[in-house]
Design a protein around this ligand. Structure first.
Ligand code: BGC
Length: 758
């Protein structure tokens, strides 16, 4: 037997042993007792997470879903907003179903609740784990105050594919940074005690590999080697399991040609067997019935496949409740498998404390007190300032002074609904500021702000409509030339132009793939017209992904990428552009020069014919028409101040397997203002039993330095940091030569060699 199979078999054996007894005998007894009273139908009901539509208070009693709840055919509900409604629905489950089993209430609380934090991709640019943990904690406080105890977050799909709109929901291209963020978020959501009324259960999604769809087209095929999965795409999911996440969500795509939802190797061998995950697995939305389209069989067949793979809860497809009884009768699934899934869901409810108090998260007074508080909003605003990435500031146009006349233009300048960003289900956008409002507030009595929209998102009305769904329409029916002229006219009267451009928020997110990532036609024409005025321009690029900005880099010396900054985005943008806060975001994904380079990522393999230098070389691995490197590398981000790095030093050039060495570097703030820097540590394994990446992030420190201040940054390197999965999926490090790199981004580092000995 190949070693890989042997390891998996052993792992699976361990998993099988784990299935009946948990580490909590009281919980086991409680659930044994409850399950002994449950009918098959009631057990299947626990596996059912149906779609509700909106339930209006007072009507829940008579709705179709109420009948199912009373019959014990529903395990939980999701994306229902409002504590009073939820309380009413819970009461039906508790008081009117035969066994009174409480429902679990979930929601896509992806980046905050009503206090909306920047989109997850933006949050990852902060490299600030404390802030990320805290954002999840605040999201949990607000969600649980409104009746939600389970969030479908964090989304930890590693993504090197900016054509894919859901890059916005993840943490970028790096498995290490992604893992750290995943852990921080699980800790933030779940806290130390899942049963506390202010913590909620997290759900790691989308398991697995959803971030690598072919061509960047959403829901498309994924196919990659197991070595790549384990080393480059799996680490953040594993970090979630290690951090104790209560649930996992399956992904829509295939893995090894089997849809993830029916992939037993993934859901059982890897997730439970190798990683020891003991929570429950929910499908993504209709992922079971979508397997009919994948060509896996009819609804009965695919539902049985999903259960047998180790999937426990069916979101919306009605496959488990609708067909598993028949499959049981026909011997296609076992009672043991149904019991197992049911037990896992009941365990989650037990851990959330729902059996001891089904109304634990349904205190109607908390909703008034704990949501969208001044304190939460202040933190969201502070964090948002850390996520903006200063790409260019060649003429030091930024920060702006609050004087003279500022022309604010662009389709993103005066929109409220677009500020929070995609997947903000609980947002109350009518309470959020537009950039125009925030800028008027920030400059009141000091500067004059003129505004003109200048252009629509793009000329193609159909494309704009599809990119501004969910009530975020923003099209202006005026003639494009009229709109542009108006903007140019105010620009001529101004000292500086601030152009708020890029993607509307629904141009990223689910089902928002793009084949071209350049700024859209109408906006480009407007920018050209603005450049022709000769006035200095600050380009604020709103985006939910990395975009292609060659032209902008060449033509506009000042570019701040602001992503989507959440409910407080507008004020946070003003904090940064007026210099109250120094920008400190660093890219968590490489910015491509053009779409043809995709995937372009820093931790690639060397190939047998690596390009030396930057110019074209025949018979080396490169393009005729574009350089190999990205426009802006992973880890890149400027500041209003400057940071000088001293000489990198290693405590020893020899690292023994059980020992450690330290790398130190001094960093000095040599500019005129205070600011934060992200010091990054990368490693290259020079020789391995498999080809190894040219660089891998292994550690980082975000430090804050006052103007003139120096700090020594120390990293500890142990053999553990050098481990990887080899071709037999053995996780270990291999003695030999390494390079250690420390610097301000993945392409600007100092390098020292060291050797790992046995
Ligand atoms: C998305 C998930 C989400 C689910 C429930 C799906 O379409 O892929 O990320 O959690 O819907 O809303």
């Amino acid at each position: 037997m190949k070693l890989r199979n042997l390891l998996l078999t052993l792992a699976l054996g361990a998993c099988a042993l784990n299935t009946s007894a948990s580490s909590d005998p009281a919980m086991d007894r409680y659930i044994d007792d409850l399950m002994s009273k449950m009918t098959l139908r009631e057990k299947l009901g626990q596996l059912n997470l149906p779609v509700t539509g909106d339930i209006i208070t007072g009507t829940a009693m008579s709705s179709d879903i109420a009948g199912k709840i009373k019959a014990g055919e529903v395990g939980g509900l999701f994306n229902l907003k409002g504590v009073e409604k939820i309380r009413e629905v819970q009461r039906i489950a508790v008081e009117q179903s035969r066994l009174g089993i409480p429902l679990i209430f979930g929601m896509d609380v992806i980046h905050g609740y009503e206090t909306v934090f920047p989109i997850p991709f933006a949050m990852s640019m902060s490299w600030d784990m404390e802030a990320i943990r805290n954002s999840a904690r605040i999201a949990a406080v607000e969600s649980t105050a409104d009746g939600i105890c389970w969030t479908f977050s964090p989304m930890v799909d590693v993504c090197r594919e900016p054509r894919w709109g859901r890059m916005s929901e993840g943490s970028g291209e790096d498995p290490y940074l992604g893992s750290e963020i995943c852990r921080a978020m699980v800790e933030g959501y779940q806290g130390a005690d899942l049963a506390s009324p202010t913590t909620m259960m997290s759900c790691i999604k989308h398991f697995a590999l959803y971030g690598a769809p072919e061509g960047g087209r959403d829901y498309n095929t994924v196919d990659m080697s197991h070595v790549r999965m384990f080393n480059e795409y799996f680490p953040p999911y594993k970090a979630g399991a290690d951090a104790g996440a209560g649930s996992f969500m399956t992904s829509f795509n295939t893995v090894d040609y089997i849809p993830a939802t029916a992939n037993r190797w993934l859901m059982t061998d890897v997730l439970r067997g190798m990683w020891g995950f003991d929570g429950f697995v929910v499908t993504d939305y209709t992922a079971i019935s979508e397997m009919i389209n994948h060509g896996m069989g009819d609804l009965q067949q695919v539902s049985a496949l999903a259960l047998n793979a180790g999937t426990d809860m069916d979101m919306v497809a009605d496959g488990f409740l609708g067909t598993l009884e028949q499959s049981l009768n026909e011997g296609k699934v076992t009672m043991q498998a149904i019991d197992q899934a049911c037990r896992r869901i009941l365990e989650a409810k037990y851990k959330l404390g729902l059996f001891s108090d089904p109304y634990r998260y349904l205190d109607v007074n908390r909703a008034k007190r704990d949501i969208f508080t001044a304190e939460h909003r202040a933190e969201a605003r502070r964090v948002a300032t850390e996520t903006f990435v200063l790409l260019e500031n060649r003429d030091n146009v930024l920060p702006l002074t609050k004087q003279g006349t500022i022309a604010l233009v662009g389709p993103l300048a005066n929109t409220r609904a677009n500020m929070p960003g995609t997947w903000s289900v609980a947002a109350t956008s009518e309470r959020y500021s537009t950039l125009l409002e925030a800028m008027q507030r920030a400059t009141e009595g000091k500067a004059n702000v003129l505004y003109a929209k200048g252009c629509n998102v793009c000329y193609d009305a159909e494309l704009e409509k599809n990119s501004t769904m969910f009530g975020r329409e923003m099209r202006d029916e005026r003639d494009p030339q009229v709109m542009r002229d108006e903007a140019v006219a105010i620009a001529r009267q101004a000292d500086v132009i601030v152009a708020a451009m890029g993607e509307p928020s629904e141009m990223s997110g689910e089902c928002s793939s793009r084949s071209q990532l350049t700024i859209l036609d109408a906006q480009k024409d407007l920018l050209e017209a603005l450049i022709a005025t000769g006035k200095p321009i600050v380009l604020l690029n709103f985006s939910g992904r990395t975009t292609v900005m060659n032209w902008e880099k060449e033509n506009i010396p000042t570019i701040l990428n602001v992503w989507f900054g959440g409910s407080e985005a507008a004020d946070a943008i003003c904090d940064v552009i007026f210099g109250d806060v120094t920008p400190s975001g660093h890219l968590s994904a490489s910015m491509p020069r053009n779409e043809g380079q995709i995937p372009v990522y820093y931790n690639h393999l060397n190939t047998g014919r690596p390009l030396q230098g930057k110019t074209f070389q025949k018979f080396q691995s490169n393009y005729l028409d574009v350089p190999n490197d990205p426009l802006y590398p992973f880890g890149y981000g400027l500041s209003y101040t400057t940071f000088d790095y001293g000489q990198l030093a290693l405590s020893s050039p020899i690292l023994s397997r059980n020992g450690s060495i330290t790398a130190t570097v001094t960093v000095t703030n040599t500019g005129n203002c205070d600011g934060a820097e992200v010091v990054q540590l990368y490693v290259r394994d020079m020789v391995g039993s498999i080809a190894r990446p040219v660089s891998e992030l292994k550690d980082f420190k975000r430090i804050f330095l006052k103007a003139g201040e120096t700090q020594t940054v120390t990293f500890t390197i142990t053999a553990d940091k050098l481990k990887f999965y080899d071709n037999d999926l053995r996780y270990d490090c291999e003695p030999g030569d390494f390079q250690l790199m420390v610097g301000r981004n993945s392409a600007d580092v100092q390098t020292l060699p060291f050797t790992l000995t046995n």
